[in-house]
Every structure is written in C-alpha cells, then in structure tokens.
Design a protein around this ligand. Structure first.
Ligand code: MRU
Length: 353
C-alpha cells in the first residue's frame, strides 16, 4: 500500500529526543514538508503560524516543546531550573490564546516539576520526557474513544458536515470529529462527508478533505456558506466539529464559522455535535463570554492563497480565528468518557468529576 498523509506523525520527537518533528501543515496538500524544530522560537513560531495546529496537536507540541526547553537548561539547582522552566512555559503559552490544550499540557508538565522538588534536575528532565510521551499516548486513546462514542450517534449512509480540521492532522491520531468517520468507514457505514472549506485558512479544503480522501472516505468539499443548502436538501443527518475550549456551561469555541453552522443545523433540525477531549473542557472558564478569541492578520483574508490581493488595498478586515457556539445550539458533546447532553452545566460537572 502506498503511504498516505495518515502514515506520518503530526507531532513527534526525533529518535534522540532532541528535536520536535512536525508536518508543516501550511504546505499541505501540495507538499509534504517535515520540520525539525529545536529552539523555543522555532516551536513558538510553528504554533503561531499554524504549521502545527488543532487544539490537541498544539498541546502535544507544547509538551514536547517544554521538554526540549527543560533539557537545554544548564543548571543543577532546582530553583534556577524552575525559574527558567517557567519563562519558557510562559513564552510557549503566549503563542495562541484560544485552545486550552496548550496551557493544559504546559501546566501538566509544570506539575511534574513541582511534584519532584526533591529529585535531581537530571531526573526531573527524565520525568518530563515520560510525561510528554504520556500526554501524546492519552491523546491517541482519547480520540479512539471519541470515535467509538461518536459512532453510537450515527447511522449507515449518513451525510455528515464537518468544519475546519478536527482530523488526525489536528491530533496525534484519528482526530476528534473525524474519529467516528474513520471508525465508521472500517465498519462499512458508508458515510458521505461534506467539508466546509473553512475560510480564511482553508483547513477544511487543504487538510480535512485531503486526509479523509486519502483514507478512502466519500468526501465533498463546499464553501462555508453552502452548508445550509446541504441541510435544506436533506443531505446531512449530522454536523460534527471539534472545539478549542468548552466552558463550564457548555458554550464551545471552535474555528470561525462553527456558530453559523450550529444556527443553521438548529433551523433545519439536524443534530449538532461537538467532539471534546476532556482536556479541552475548561472548568475555570464559566461561559463562552470568558473565552479569549484570537484575532489574526488581515492579510489572511485579503492576500493569502491568492496570486494577487483579492480586496482593495487598505480595506478594513474582521478576522477572528474562532467563534463561540452557544450551549443551547449543541445537541450533545462527545467526549472520551461518554456522550453528554444538556443541561451541560450539570453533565459537564459530572463527567469532569
Ligand atoms: O486555527 P486552527 O486550525 O488551530 O483551528 C482548529 C480548530 O478549530 C479545530 O476544530 C479544533 O482545534 C479541534 S481539533 C481536534
């Protein structure tokens, strides 16, 4: 069997544990370029520029990134080590604000440093390596379980709309929103997937349609504004997306364009599902109003992907990277621990212990 994009790791450490290897997702689907990142600046830039992207993949990249930073700290003194570790952690955490997995993973790595105060710095570095690998393995296991749980909501022959890329390229394996699709394909569900292109960075066109097609699924690409027409024609039995942060009340931030999909789904009576690893649920964020939304450069809307600018020079541009879907528009949240239903403030609290 020829290799496909799914045979490559989205995020990995090299054999000597001295660099972070990622697929440069800005070059897909045309070129497969693997980047070897060593410095903190390289890792920060890769996250900021979306060379590695998707909430869980950002978390894993940050875990490996902070391990590499820790490995390079040249001191045997715990306090000095912890000070330098925190500086690197704060730097990486500032690369993107919305996906909670970034700070979640960095905080987990910090907990290792805190819990092992009495150990040698050399041993703490070994424990950090083990923790970063554990975070990645958990991501794989989580996505597999989201696939199993998500599949219970679907039927043979369903048409499914998805937005952005919550696929394998956004995680360590399987993806979140795509996990039920991959699993259903193995079990002959015969799904028809409709991918929003996902303006302005085209994650749906460049990444989701590419990885699903590579896996042999039946995929149709459409512009974001076409999803409601698919629903009106009765071609979609479900909408499934990923998310970057779920607030304690169930409001969910995901790629810009998710909220209008949810509004249309409600109008047409199509169930709207959010896939959320528990690492994406942020109990410290009370509601969607408390989620910081990343604003990105105007050139992503006006110039990127085009040979010539496609808007008048100097035009004002609105370019938030994410929107927040109100909990009242979400039919269910699919987590690795099970499928949860409204009222989400109660069901989330229960599942998060
Ligand atoms: O800006 P991106 O490409 O990182 O945005 C990604 C998304 O919005 C995904 O849907 C989300 O991170 C979930 S990935 C499993």
């Amino acid at each position: 069997m020829p290799k496909t994009i799914l045979d490559y790791d989205t995020v990995a450490l090299d054999d000597g544990d001295s660099s972070l290897i990622i697929i440069d997702q800005t070059k897909l689907p045309n070129d497969l370029v693997m980047l070897h990142l060593r410095t903190q600046k390289e890792i920060y830039d890769a996250i900021y520029l979306l060379e590695v992207r998707g909430a869980p993949a950002i978390g894993v990249a940050a875990a490996y990134g902070i391990y590499l930073a820790a490995k390079g700290i040249d001191t045997d003194d715990y306090d000095e080590f912890a000070t330098q570790f925190d500086a690197a952690k704060d730097y990486l955490a500032s690369s993107r604000p919305t996906a909670v997995n970034l700070t979640w993973a960095l905080n987990r790595m910090r907990d290792v440093v805190t819990a092992n105060k009495t150990e040698s710095v050399a041993h703490i570095k070994e424990l950090l390596l083990a923790e970063s690998r554990k975070i990645q393995q958990e991501d794989i296991d989580t996505c597999r379980m989201i696939g199993e749980n998500g599949l219970t909501l679907l039927h043979k022959g369903d048409g499914i709309i998805t937005h952005c890329n919550a696929g394998q390229l956004a995680t360590s394996k399987y993806g979140t929103a795509t996990a039920p699709m991959y699993l259903g394909q193995k079990r002959d569900y015969g799904f028809h997937i409709y991918c929003d292109e996902t303006r302005p960075l085209l994650q749906g066109a460049r990444l989701t349609s590419y990885e699903l097609m590579s896996a042999g699924l039946d995929v149709t690409l459409m512009c974001d504004g076409m999803a409601a027409s698919i629903m009106k024609r009765g071609l979609a039995q479900a909408v499934i997306t990923g998310c970057d942060r779920v607030a304690a009340n169930g409001d969910a931030a995901n790629k810009i364009g998710t909220m209008p999909l949810a509004i249309a789904a409600k109008h047409f009576g199509v169930p709207f599902y959010i896939c959320a690893p528990s690492s994406t649920i942020d109990m410290k964020t009370a509601t969607g109003d408390d989620i910081v939304i990343e604003e990105r450069k105007p050139s992503e809307v006006t110039d990127m992907w085009y040979e010539h600018p496609m808007a008048p020079k100097g035009i004002k541009v609105f370019n938030p990277a994410f929107d927040v879907t109100d909990a009242s528009l979400i039919t269910a949240i699919i987590t690795e621990k099970g499928v949860i239903y409204p009222p989400f403030d109660k069901s989330i609290k229960k599942i998060m212990g």
